[in-house]
Design a protein around this ligand. Structure first.
Ligand SMILES: NC(=O)c1ccc[n+]([C@@H]2O[C@H](COP(=O)([O-])OP(=O)(O)OC[C@H]3O[C@@H](n4cnc5c(N)ncnc54)[C@H](O)[C@@H]3O)[C@@H](O)[C@H]2O)c1
Length: 386
């Protein structure tokens, strides 16, 4: 296009052979941005992201590069970080590998965007945030759930005052993850080994922290019960292994304003819901049920008056008494939306609130959740600062 200036931004993408790295970040975000002709910046420039693929397995990387017509890939992270065209480092490796690689990227002067959790414990997460701040690089952490259509609609309801005073939030997340014996598991085996950075609290409480805080308010305490319901599974190579990490977590969170949030997270439950995650919010003026895409409401004025009578079959179709919240907007892939915001942050200094301190808050909630589960008590969640 005449008159439009293009700018290439090299992105070192580590862990692109993994589930998240490949599907959500490379294909659905970075390549999708290229396919749409780049990302227009507020100043009129069009940014074209140029992925530099990094991974452990040469054959897998070569195959991905070939399939998507990419020519820059390596198994040597240092080589990728030294690439003169690299401006951003992105990390979607297993969690236990993250801190070391992110530190290297910061030392190389690159801006960093990473999957959650940013580290395996709060101290390491804060340390990473401090190192990045001292180096003056821009940083961001994936907080994709905030960009789900269902939760965007829920936030819209909160901002519009639909609920009156919010009383409680009840979240149900989960599905059955196969054990790997008679049907292949649909999640990598490291998720079920604590020593490899696995566990559902570590995985999901980082999400619940920003979901609860961005939509409802600060989390003040956590009480969690963790369980390893399935003690043995079969890994990718068909070998049986012992599960050392929690596969289900039953959490209660107190939020500002007396809001009580209860969230069940489980890889050992079968779905009888409309979506894999759903949150019911009850307020004095109305209630809502939000999932990944849908959001339904029931206002005070149309709330029926059920009467408890176990002697009779249910006389009402309760689900039919809720109203669908319309989209009223176009929703893009959540990972891509957040990538676009990060690119604008790096190139044009646009605001991006989901930094390493936000990432550390997620890690903190997971750490305190595990502590609560171990000690069987409610734990206050303190403020973090750099
Ligand atoms: N935002 C989300 O919704 C979301 C969802 C799932 C996972 N995640 C996060 O993404 C990261 C990757 O998860 P995933 O499910 O894609 O995992 P995965 O096992 O599919 O991929 C892991 C990647 O890390 C690489 N790796 C480097 N060192 C490794 C090692 N020693 N052992 C195994 N793999 C190693 C692998 O090659 C692979 O590319 C994790 O930190 C996880 O917490 C985020």
């Amino acid at each position: 296009m005449a008159g439009v200036s293009e700018r290439s931004v090299g992105i070192v993408m580590n862990g692109v052979t993994g589930r998240m790295g490949y599907r959500q970040h490379l294909v659905r975000s970075i390549l999708a941005i290229r396919d749409q002709g780049g990302l227009p910046m507020p100043d009129g420039t069009v940014v074209r992201p140029e992925p530099i693929l990094v991974g452990r397995n040469e054959a897998k990387l070569a195959a991905i590069a070939k399939q998507h017509n990419l020519d820059s890939w390596t198994t040597d992270l240092d080589e990728a970080l030294a690439d003169a065209s690299a401006a951003i480092y992105f990390d979607a490796q297993v969690t236990s590998r993250r801190v070391e690689s992110v530190r290297k990227a910061v030392a190389a002067g690159l801006h960093v965007y990473t999957e959650k959790p940013i580290a395996e414990n709060t101290e390491a997460a804060l340390d990473l945030a401090r190192v990045a701040a001292a180096a003056g690089v821009k940083v961001g952490v994936v907080q994709d759930k905030l960009f789900l259509p269902g939760l965007l609609k829920l936030k819209r309801l909160v901002d519009g005052g639909f609920f009156g005073r919010i009383l409680s939030v009840r979240g149900e997340f989960g599905y059955w993850v196969f054990e790997g014996d008679w049907q292949e598991a649909q999640r990598p085996s490291w998720n079920y080994r604590a020593e490899d950075g696995g566990g559902i609290i570590v995985d999901m409480f980082c999400h619940w922290r920003y979901v609860l805080e961005d939509i409802f308010g600060p989390v003040r305490s956590v009480q969690a019960l963790a369980a390893t319901h399935v003690p043995e599974r079969v890994d990718e190579r068909g070998r049986q292994y012992r599960c050392t990490a929690d596969d289900a977590a039953y959490g209660i969170f107190e939020l500002d304003g007396g809001i009580v949030a209860q969230v069940n997270s489980s890889w050992t439950t079968r779905v009888f819901r409309d979506e894999l995650v759903e949150f019911q919010v009850d307020g004095t003026e109305g209630s809502a049920v939000a999932g990944l895409r849908r959001c339904r409401v029931q206002h005070r004025s149309v709330t029926p008056k059920p009467v408890w009578n176990p002697d009779l079959p249910a006389t009402e179709d309760f689900r039919a008494q809720w109203q669908e919240v319309p989209d009223n907007a176009e929703f893009d892939n959540g990972f891509k939306t957040q990538w676009e915001l990060f690119l604008k942050h790096v190139v044009c200094d646009e605001p991006f609130p989901w930094d390493f301190l936000a990432g550390a808050r997620g890690v903190q909630l997971a750490e305190l959740g595990l502590l609560s589960a171990r000690e069987g008590r409610r734990i206050a969640v303190g403020e973090l600062s750099l």
